[in-house]
Design a protein around this ligand. Structure first.
Ligand code: NAD
Ligand code: G6P
Ligand code: MN
Length: 443
């Protein structure tokens, strides 16, 4: 195979994930790169992370030059692939989303419920701006592969506001769950193929095949007992992060209540909000844990590298998260048609959901984008859940586009995690106050 040369840009270069993703980029030799570009709006933060990135490059492919910029023209001119991972408002605003929600008695979460909608309102316009930069400066064949959350709302908004944009929104959660499934089954991830439908952070596995053999019932039995946790994983990564252990265990309850399919872990917030509200601690939110954990580690390592001290870079590698986005990019680059779960406009893929829902389903990634695999009709319970969430996300996007307070209130009221219009209004009013300068003004 002839190796082509690409200009790859990481948007959100200052992210805690950048060094890890770069490792996976460098491992993929088919992505011929002379230069790797980092773009961010926060120069200082990006410059710190760049120390880690240069170290990864030095250890893996020293011939690659790392370029950093805060100038969109420089970043996106003639770009082939833009990997986006912006966090609008940063981690401190994540903590605010979590705490405001919890204060009003509902779950406080990065991408779900009241917090997720607040984050969505912050992110819609910066993502549209990114598309506009790429339309102006990048190659006409550019692709944005986007991790920036809340990906469901970003997908809905960008589809509505820039329907012709070359953007694919992705999420690592289903593939992370597949990695757990492989551990449980004692096989490689590449042995597995899944069928799946839903919205982002709102979907279900309907079938799992291991080397062509249907292992769905076997997996269900395990998940009903233990969740997505294997003996191996208990001794491995998860014990380092108790929230994720908890999350993967909670899926057991959902799998028992609703035996048809296996849930995305994010359903814990929508279907077991009461349990999760009790579990959450307003003084020790997930955002705070990331600020005091992952972010501290990244900046401490950058400081060490700046002083010429050695750092173990293995701690920053992000496994499936990096592998997945690089697989999507490589499949776009070489028309590999690999099978990947990504977000696409429904357009009949799930027969009884609206055409304009942004569904997360298996697709083949071609050079001209994802070709979804038809799901067919889904049962009433799942259809009802998804229609409600799609309506909620659609209303939020319309609120942002039309600057409509009433539509924002409708979106907050429509969300399953919020018990009444009274609570919705109280939270919305607090969120408007806390997000001044970030949200479009609502009238
Ligand atoms: P982070 O705060 O460490 O990094 C985000 C970076 O984005 C920061 O350097 C910030 O300055 C930059 N940024 C903010 N607004 C920007 C803009 N308009 N243009 C360019 N850069 C901008 O956050 P993190 O924890 O590393 O997460 C990064 C993003 O990836 C978040 O949105 C997170 O939710 C998302 N994420 C998504 C998935 C998924 O499954 N889709 C998985 C993991 C992380
Ligand atoms: C998973 C989800 C992402 C989410 C992340 C949060 O990877 O798919 O959408 O952003 O978890 O992880 P954190 O460690 O920041 O809480
Ligand atoms: Mn996700």
């Amino acid at each position: 195979m002839e190796i082509k040369e690409f200009k790859i840009v990481i948007c959100g270069g200052g992210s805690t994930y950048t060094a890890g993703i770069v490792k996976n980029l460098l491992d993929e030799k088919r992505l011929g790169m002379k230069e790797l570009w980092l773009y961010d709006i926060d120069e200082e933060r990006q410059n710190k992370v760049a120390y880690l990135v240069r170290e990864v490059v030095k250890e893996n492919r020293p011939e690659v030059t790392v370029k950093t910029t805060t100038d969109p023209k420089e970043a996106f001119t003639d770009a082939d692939f833009i990997m986006a991972q912006m966090r609008v408002g940063g981690l401190p605003m994540r903590v605010q989303d979590e705490q405001i929600s919890l204060k009003h008695g509902v779950i406080g979460q990065e991408t779900c419920g009241a917090g997720g909608m607040a984050y969505g309102m912050r992110t819609i316009y910066p993502m549209v701006q990114l598309i506009d930069y790429c339309e102006e400066y990048a190659k006409p064949t550019y692709w944005i592969v986007n991790y920036s959350n809340p990906a469901a709302i970003v997908a809905k908004a960008t589809q509505k506001m820039r329907p012709n944009a070359r953007i694919i929104n992705i999420c690592d959660m289903p593939v992370e769950i597949e990695a757990r499934m492989a551990e449980i089954l004692g096989c490689q991830m590449s042995d597995l193929e899944v069928d799946y439908f839903g919205l982002n952070h709102y979907g279900w596995f309907t079938k799992i095949r291991q080397n062509g053999i249907d292992v769905t019932e076997k997996l269900k039995e395990h998940v009903r007992k233990y969740g997505y946790i294997s003996e191996a994983s208990m001794n491995d990564v998860f014990l380092k992060d108790s929230d994720w252990v908890h999350t993967f265990k909670v899926s057991a309850k959902i799998a028992n209540y609703f035996p048809d399919y296996l849930p995305n872990t994010y359903y814990q917030y929508y279907l077991l909000g009461d349990d999760m509200y009790k579990y959450m601690d307003i003084n020790h939110t997930r955002g705070m844990q990331v600020i005091n954990g992952r972010e501290v580690r990244v900046f401490a390592a950058a400081d060490k590298l700046a002083k010429g001290e050695a750092v173990d870079m293995n701690q920053f590698y992000v496994g499936v998260h990096g592998v997945f986005i690089v697989n999507v990019v490589t499949s776009l680059a070489y028309d590999l048609r690999s099978r990947q779960l990504v977000m696409v406009p429904n357009n009949g893929c799930v027969e009884n959901l609206p055409d304009d829902a942004m569904v997360e389903v298996p697709t083949y990634i071609t050079s001209h984008g994802p070709e979804p695999i038809r799901v067919g009709a889904i049962p009433r319970f799942y259809k009802g859940l998804i229609e409600q969430q799609d309506a909620c996300e659609g209303l939020l996007v319309e609120a942002a586009m039309e600057h409509s307070y009433v539509k924002a209130l409708e979106a907050y009221t429509m969300n399953r995690t919020i018990p009444s219009a009274n609570v919705a209004k109280e939270i919305l009013d607090d969120m408007i106050e806390a997000n001044k300068g970030y949200w479009p003004e609502l009238k």
